[in-house]
Write a new protein. Structure first.
Length: 497
């Protein structure tokens, strides 16, 4: 078994343990996750920032159990970071020394700029965006990173957080405008270059709001990471949450576990979004802990996966130990056929990436069972294909795998996700190309084909026999009006009996 890395993230509100196992240079996957709502900063903001006994006790107990959990795994290194609650606390360093003495755990207190950088490293590597501002709202601070052309340009930490706002304003029933003014004054310190149409929401507040929006909309895909929405569509909803009495929160689609700080978090999030000029919000299921891991994992790669690498696909192929010979040839054929259709303006170039992803993932279906392999590949994709792709790309990849060019529109699965899929004609062409290429290369040992598309006839020519492949290809549904012409040479030796 490969060595694993454990990450402990001690925030003002929660402490989390995650353990990642590396499978190759660019492959990794999560094998353990634990969370405890330690609220280590509880009561601190009214006591000049000093950590109080109630929070210290909860933190100690949680960390103690985290360490016991780590012992159950083949962990090579443990990295532990603490954020605003400890860095703001005059007795924060004393706490880390006490933990080191009692639990032999080294805690690194990171400043707000490094915290923002970790969030940005995670977002840049595991979300589909190149420009934007990451916003991580914690209990004591809100940390921002400005990203342009896939580079971290600047970071900044604001002294506004959910627990801080709760204890200073909401718990004392002070007017909401006072809390708002407090946030705005802090935002005035944000450098003027922090402006972007795209915001990336990191942390508990952003995730809670995204889950609520998905529930409110009856969103078809049960996947939070990379869920995207327009601020214009949800601005009024955010205001309703901030102004709501606590007893009304259950009626706003919010999870019960966040009732204590969601109004504070929503107010902070909304004000930041307005201030930076955001129009679209991308929700991140990753944050500081993933950033800590990736900063170590990618330390020899400039903290970034290469553009041609999708870490989810690498991880899937690593774990299933897939032979990629047929896959590589199928990808080459798929590109040739795709560009024939693209040159006739029948398909948009943006869909090529998804087509290639589907071909790369195809073999995993056979590792479960050769029968109904398309279904196995579909389910594995829906669960494991998460990083560097939009929800639309995930669904399209999964459906190409699921139906294999047959019965696409008669299935409940298609109907369920129709709102996230491309136009029917483009979907038919993609499904057709996918099915042709996988059928050709899984049912022959021919490496090269000649493809032509003229007068709506796709010609496939080879100087060898496609006897088995032709049987499979005949089962594939062709897009309306398209005809298939296969030219091969059937070599049968002479016989006399």
């Amino acid at each position: 078994m490969s060595k694993a890395t454990a990450i402990i993230d001690i925030g003002s509100n929660s402490a989390r343990l995650v353990i990642y196992q590396a499978s190759s240079k660019y492959g990794f996957h999560l094998i353990c996750e634990k969370k405890s709502k330690v609220r280590i900063g509880e009561g601190a903001y009214e006591k000049n920032g000093y950590l109080q006994p109630i929070g210290i006790k909860r933190a100690y107990l949680a960390l103690s159990e985290f360490i016991n959990t780590i012992k159950l795994y083949n962990v090579e290194k443990t990295l532990c970071v603490a954020t605003s609650a400890l860095r703001d606390a005059p007795n924060g360093v004393e706490f880390t020394k006490w933990i080191k003495d009692k639990l032999n755990l080294d805690i690194k207190i990171i400043d707000g700029k490094l915290e923002a950088k970790y969030g940005a490293v995670a977002g840049l590597n595991l979300l589909p965006f190149e420009n934007g501002i990451t916003i991580d709202i914690g209990g004591g601070s809100s940390d921002l990173a400005l990203i342009k052309n896939s580079k971290i340009v600047d970071t900044y930490s604001l002294n506004i957080g959910t627990v801080r706002l709760k204890e200073l304003f909401f718990d004392k029933n002070r007017p909401l405008n006072e809390a708002k003014d407090f946030i705005i004054e802090e935002l005035k310190e944000l450098p003027s270059l922090f402006k972007s149409n795209i915001a990336v929401g990191i942390g508990g507040t952003a995730r809670t709001l995204a889950k609520a929006i998905m529930k409110k909309r009856e969103y078809p895909l049960d996947k939070l990471h990379a869920f995207t929405y327009s601020l214009k569509d949800e601005d009024k909803y955010f205001s309703n949450i901030t102004f709501a009495q606590k007893i009304l929160l259950p009626y706003l689609y919010l999870s019960k576990g966040r009732f204590d700080t969601i109004r504070e978090g929503t107010l902070i999030f909304q004000e930041i979004l307005h201030f930076i000029g955001a129009k679209k919000v991308i929700t991140s299921g990753v944050g500081v802990r993933e950033g800590v891991f990736l900063s170590d994992f990618l330390k020899n790669s400039n903290l970034q996966f290469p553009k041609e690498i999708n870490p989810s696909i690498v991880s899937i192929l690593d774990r299933f130990q897939i032979d990629t010979f047929h896959t590589q040839k199928a990808k080459e054929s798929a590109k040739e056929i795709f560009f024939l259709f693209e040159s006739k303006e029948k398909i948009k170039e943006k869909y090529l990436k998804t087509l290639i992803h589907a071909i790369e993932i195809t073999p995993i279906g056979y590792t479960f069972n050769i029968y109904k392999s398309y279904q196995h590949a579909f389910y594995a994709t829906m669960q494991e294909f998460n990083y560097r792709v939009t929800h639309q790309e995930i669904i399209l990849t999964a459906l190409l795998l699921r139906f294999g060019g047959k019965g696409l529109y008669d299935k409940e699965t298609y109907k369920k996700y129709k709102s996230l899929l491309p136009h029917k004609k483009e979907l038919e062409i993609l499904s057709f190309i996918y099915s042709i290429c996988t059928s050709l290369h899984e049912n022959s040992y021919i490496e090269n084909f000649d493809f032509r598309l003229d007068n709506n006839i796709l010609t496939i020519e080879t100087d060898s026999s496609l006897y088995l492949a032709k049987e499979k290809i005949e089962e594939i549904e062709t897009p309306d009006g398209l005809k298939l012409n296969i030219i091969d040479i059937e070599k049968t030796p002479k016989y006399n009996f």
